[in-house]
Design a protein. Sequence first.
Length: 143
Amino acid sequence: MGWGAFIMIGKINHIAIVVPDIERSARKYHDVLGAKISSPIKLAEHGVRVIFVDLENSKIELMEPLGTDSPIAKFLQKNPLGGMHHICFEVKNIKEVILHLQKEGAGIIGDGEPKIGAHGLPVIFLYPKDFDGVLIELEEVRD
């Protein structure tokens, strides 16, 4: 299969998991699995509170809704125990990526403009229907 030479996504930055109790989940990763965890981060603009589980080659983002109008509140209603929510890939230049995605007809959630994510860097989310049912986040990384 000839896929061409265009490479856009880099390594996996994190896998996000929605949880009903972020402190309880963080304790499991720390106490049971021996992982290093971050302090909680409140992201009011995204309607979530997150804790990162630092791994040698990536991160796990534990997410808890900030109120009933949080974008992940319905996910938690459907999955009361929690579950995998999205996967985040790193990209070099998010503006170039957006132009490429638009050219290819891939849907970007929201107004098509990047928002600032938990790491203080620009992020976008892609419609799961365009990527085999998987919600994908793309995060611009700086060298």
